[in-house]
Design a binder for this molecule. Sequence first.
Ligand SMILES: Nc1ncnc2c1ncn2[C@@H]1O[C@H](COP(=O)(O)OP(=O)(O)OP(=O)(O)O)[C@@H](O)[C@H]1O
Length: 239
Amino acid sequence: MATENAVVLARGVRKKFGDNVVLDGLDLEIRSGEFVALLGRSGSGKSTFLRALGALDSDVEGYLRVPERRAIVFQDPRLLPWQRVVTNVTIGLPATKAVRQQALSALSEVNLAPKAKVWPRTLSGGEAQRVALARALVREPELLLLDEPFGALDALTRIKMHGLLLDLYRRHRPAVLLVTHDVDEAIALADRVIVLTDGAISLDVDVAVPKPRTRDSHEFASLRRRLLEELGVATEVAL
Ligand SMILES: Nc1ncnc2c1ncn2[C@@H]1O[C@H](COP(=O)(O)OP(=O)(O)OP(=O)(O)O)[C@@H](O)[C@H]1O
């Protein structure tokens, strides 16, 4: 891949907390519009890497190139309780009519137009997370960073959110880096799955599963097995 086309370019990224070296010479390229899922065992440094890409942490060593227009969504929607939904979407942006209009249209993209004027505390968990997605979208990010965004949602809401995220992705085509614990979620959504082990990328695979991706297909099952093995989770081998 020509590195000049990469929207994210990480070379030899290192990050430590005291003596704990969490990222240890991490190399990664993400192309414009590519959807990448990042897996790794608990504590492997996924969130640390995402925070580095969001420029939220200091003391990150190595080379890191990320676009100016980037947005991040966490597991917890982080809405300001004293601001109405629409104002939460425009937070940090100029208070103009145009911006408010863009916020309203982002809310309608996540099917929340009727909730624009309500307070965050009246929203369900899934709705609050859709507001967080609208807040990210309104910035028209070139890079969308998602840190376990559906981790706190029930299974049914999670599946609905997968469909919504794919719709938004197809419409806006940002590069996406999705941190998840869920191997099936990674395979269902991403074009490429990477695994973080001992501070660096230990596996980098394209998801060659035809769409729409059904979890019981042979390709899906075989990639799931490979990823679980890489994560050190024992799987039964079908005979
Ligand atoms: N602010 C911090 N201060 C000290 N250590 C930290 C800090 N943030 C993270 N760490 C340590 O860095 C390591 C990686 O943490 P990180 O949250 O990036 O892992 P993760 O892969 O996202 O984990 P999980 O899947 O459990 O969310 C852990 O050992 C953690 O204790």
